[in-house]
Design a binder for this molecule. Structure first.
Ligand code: PGA
Length: 258
């Protein structure tokens, strides 16, 4: 496998943090802290839906706009939901789908995740599909089995050409927000297994093209080792994306890893 077929993606996941008014100062500081050109490395910030308009106003060519969730329905009687068209209109080019926090807090099932992936791809927005095992599943040796199930379910019914456009983020639940990162080897093992699964289910070409990220307590200190792994094409970064200095270190590392 060769990384030259893929770009690196460094994506921040702000979760439910910061205010819309904090977007502008953050972006201004970030622009100064990252390289002027990062060819081969895409930088994305996935912000709450309420912040998308500010992101879009402050839009910068170096920083892609991402949402954290979207409705699987097109439009209509779905009070409180936000459609793919709405985030598209605000300039979102990426959207996180199936994050473990949404699976746990909001009942996003594999079926719903699959519907959201379809809805996003139909509108040419890149889904960042999150998959990951619990600590119990890891301890019982069920990691690969579980990840295989989640990836297959989320991609169900897609054409190979569409699968190439999906970004997959491997996020072990036990590593999210805990400060307990997967080791480079643990993360690489699962990302490799995902790539092998794509090769078996689709083709070698599809598996070479799909960007696979690692997420779960990635930070300025541990990012270099993780990003150096052959099957890890970037990161989905929560806590460390809230501070410009930390996120900028990861972006710089990502630009080197391309
Ligand atoms: P974390 O979150 O970096 O704070 O662990 C990652 C994520 O949940 O996307």
């Amino acid at each position: 496998m060769n990384k030259k077929y893929r770009r690196v993606i460094i994506a921040g996941n702000w979760k439910m943090n910061k205010l819309p008014s904090e977007v502008k100062p953050f972006l201004e500081e970030l622009k100064d802290a990252i390289p002027e050109h990062t060819p081969g490395c895409s930088i994305v910030l996935c912000v709450p839906a309420t912040h998308l308009a500010s992101m879009s106003r402050e839009k910068h060519r170096r920083i892609g706009i991402g949402a954290q969730n979207v409705s699987q329905f097109d439009k209509g009687a779905h009070t409180g939901e936000i459609s793919v068209d709405m985030i598209d209109d605000l300039g979102a080019r990426y959207c996180i789908v199936g994050h473990s926090e949404r699976r746990a807090d909001n009942g996003d099932t594999d079926e719903i995740v699959n519907a959201k992936v379809h809805a996003l791809l139909n509108r040419h927005i890149t889904p960042i599909l999150c998959v990951g095992e619990s600590l119990e599943q890891r301890d019982r040796g069920l990691t690969i089995e579980h990840i295989t199930y989640q990836v297959k379910a989320a991609l169900y019914g897609l054409e190979p050409e569409q699968v190439k456009k999906v970004v997959i983020a491997y996020e072990p639940i036990w590593a999210i927000g805990t400060g307990r990162t997967a080791t480079d080897e643990q993360a690489q093992e699962v990302c490799f297994a995902i790539r092998e699964l794509l090769r078996r289910e689709y083709s070698a070409m599809v598996s070479r093209k799909v960007c696979i990220l690692y997420g779960g307590s990635m930070n300025a200190k541990n990012c270099a080792g993780l990003l150096a792994q052959p099957d890890i094409d970037g990161g989905l970064i929560g806590g460390a994306s809230l501070k410009v200095e930390d996120f900028a270190v990861i972006v710089r590392e990502g630009s080197r890893a391309e």
